[in-house]
Design a binder for this molecule. Structure first.
Ligand code: PLP
Length: 421
C-alpha cells in the first residue's frame, strides 16, 4: 500500500498534487512519501515482532537519501552499509555506530580502518583474506572488530541474474563447505570477535522457498560451529524481499517472510538480523516526468519523456518494469513505447505497453521508483543529477537538490598542456 493516489483527477503524493511539485522543482524529480516509508518500516518490523531478539539494518544502498535515513533512524532502524560513504551517511542521519553493519566484498584497508575507528557494530566478512586484514587493522588500534562471516549457500534465489547473489558463481561470501574451517581460523585471531553468520541470496525475491533452503543450511552450519565450541550468537539473514512493480502482482508479504523465519529459526537461540532495502523504500517513491514529444512509430507511437536511463537505470540494467501513469489521466488509453532522450537504445522504459493516453507537456510518473532509483542516477549525456522531494501530509521539501550540468562542468579542467600548445 502506498500514498500516491488520484484526488480530484490529479495524482497526489499524500495531500500534495504532483503538479505543484513539478511546477516548483521541475522534472524529472523523485517524490517520496513519508507516510508510506513509515508504514513500510512498521509493517516489516511488526512482521518480525514475535521473534525474541531482532536487529533491523536498513540496506542504505536502496535509497541513501539523508532524509530517508533520518526517518528510518527515528523508526529505530540500524543501517547496512557497503562503503565508507554510506557509513558516513548513516552516522550523519543519527544512526548509532553500534547499529551499523558493514557489508561488501571489496572493503578497502582505509574503509576497514575508518569503520573500526567509528566503532561499527558488525563487519560482515566476505572472505578469509578480509578477516585476516581486519584483524590486523583492529589489533593495531588496540580493538577487536565484531564480525559475522558471510556464507554463499549456493542457492538459486530465482530472481534476475544481475541481482542474484547466493549462487557459487556469484562473488559474494565464502563457499558453504569451507565456511566452518574459515570461521574457526578467524575466531582464533586476537583482533576479531566472531559472533555470527550472514547470508543474502539476492534481491526482488518473489518466492520464499530459496530463502527457506538458505536459512535451513545456515542453521545447520550454526549447529556445526557450536558443536565445535565456537560462539554463534547472531544470524544475519540479509534482505531481498521483493515488491510488486505491476499493479495486481502478488508477492510474499513481510508477514509470510516473518512466519518463515519464525519456523526455520525456532530453536536457534540467536539474535536475528535483517537487512531490508527495497521492501521499505520501493513503493515509497515515484519518478515524475514530463512528456517531451509523441513521435510516430513503425508500429506504436514513441512517448519521449524527459526522464531517462541516467535518472532511473533499472529498466536498462535489469529489464525492470515500472508502472507508468498520467498525473492527470483523461480516461483514454493508448499503446505506446516509452523512452527517454538519451542516445542509447537501452534508454527504454516500456515497449508496446498499454498506458494512460498522454500528449506533449503532460506529466506522468514511473511508480515504485523509491528503491535503486535516485541512488543509481548519473549525468550521462551531460544531464542534470535528478533532485528528490519528500512529502509529509500537505507539506513537502526538496531533500536533494538538482545538480545541474554547469556545476559538473565547473569541476572539470583543461590542462596547461592544452591551453598553451
Ligand atoms: C542489496 C543488499 C541488501 C538489500 O537488498 P533488498 O533487495 O533491497 O532488500 C541487503 N543485504 C546485502 C548484503 C545487500 O547487498
Amino acid at each position: 500500500m502506498d500514498h500516491f493516489e488520484l484526488k480530484n483527477g490529479v495524482l497526489h503524493a499524500e495531500d500534495v498534487p504532483l503538479t505543484a511539485i513539478a511546477e516548483a522543482v521541475g522534472t524529472p524529480v523523485y517524490v517520496y512519501s513519508r507516510a508510506t516509508l513509515t508504514r513500510h518500516a512498521r509493517v516489516f518490523r511488526d512482521a518480525l515482532a514475535k521473534l525474541p531478539r531482532i536487529h533491523i539494518a536498513f540496506a542504505v544502498k536502496s535509497n541513501p537519501n539523508l532524509a530517508v535515513l533520518k526517518l528510518l533512524a527515528q523508526e529505530g532502524y540500524g543501517a547496512d552499509v557497503v562503503s565508507e560513504g554510506e557509513m558516513n551517511r548513516a552516522l550523519a542521519a543519527g544512526i548509532a555506530a553500534g547499529d551499523i553493519v558493514f557489508s561488501g566484498v571489496g572493503k578497502t584497508r582505509g574503509e576497514l580502518a575508518s569503520a573500526v575507528r567509528a566503532g561499527i557494530g558488525q563487519f560482515n566478512l566476505e572472505s578469509e583474506e578480509e578477516g585476516v586484514e581486519l584483524a590486523e587493522i583492529a589489533a593495531a588500534q588496540g580493538r577487536r572488530a565484531t564480525c559475522a562471516l558471510r556464507v554463499n549457500p549456493n542457492v538459486d534465489a530465482r530472481t534476475h541474474a544481475k541481482i542474484s547473489t547466493g549462487k557459487s558463481e556469484n562473488k559474494f561470501g565464502v563457499p558453504y563447505d569451507r565456511a566452518a574451517a574459515i570461521y574457526a581460523r578467524l575466531a582464533a585471531l586476537p583482533g576479531l570477535e566472531m559472533r555470527g553468520l550472514a547470508v543474502h541470496i539476492g534481491s526482488q525475491i518473489g518466492d520464499l522457498e530459496p530463502s527457506r533452503e538458505a536459512f535451513v543450511k545456515m542453521g545447520e552450519l550454526m549447529r556445526e560451529l557450536r558443536g565445535q565450541g565456537l560462539a554463534v550468537t547472531h544470524m544475519d539473514l540479509g534482505g531481498g524481499l521483493g515488491v510488486p512493480y505491476k499493479a495486481g502482482e502478488q508477492l510474499p508479504t513481510p508477514d509470510d517472510y516473518g512466519a518463515l523465519v519464525a519456523e526455520v529459526a525456532k530453536d536457534w537461540d540467536a539474535t536475528l538480523m535483517f537487512e531490508p532495502g527495497r521492501v521499505i523504500t520501493g513503493n515509497s517513491g515515484v519518478l515524475v516526468t514530463e512528456v517531451v514529444r509523441v513521435k510516430q512509430g513503425a508500429v506504436h507511437p514513441w512517448v519521449v519523456v524527459d526522464a531517462a536511463m541516467n535518472d532511473l537505470a533499472r529498466p536498462a540494467m535489469y529489464d525492470a518494469w515500472h508502472d507508468f501513469a498520467a498525473v492527470r489521466p483523461s480516461g483514454e488509453r493508448m499503446v505506446a513505447n516509452i523512452v527517454g532522450p538519451i542516445c542509447e537504445s537501452s534508454d527504454t522504459f516500456a515497449m508496446a505497453r498499454e498506458i494512460d493516453a498522454v500528449k506533449p507537456g503532460d506529466l506522468a510518473v514511473f511508480r515504485t521508483a523509491g528503491a535503486y532509483g535516485a541512488t543509481m542516477a548519473n549525468t550521462y549525456n551531460s544531464r542534470a543529477l535528478v533532485p528528490e522531494v519528500m512529502v509529509d501530509g500537505s507539506r513537502w521539501a526538496v531533500v536533494a537538490e538538482r545538480i545541474d550540468p554547469a556545476t559538473i562542468l565547473a569541476a572539470e579542467r583543461v590542462p596547461d598542456f592544452l591551453e598553451r600548445p
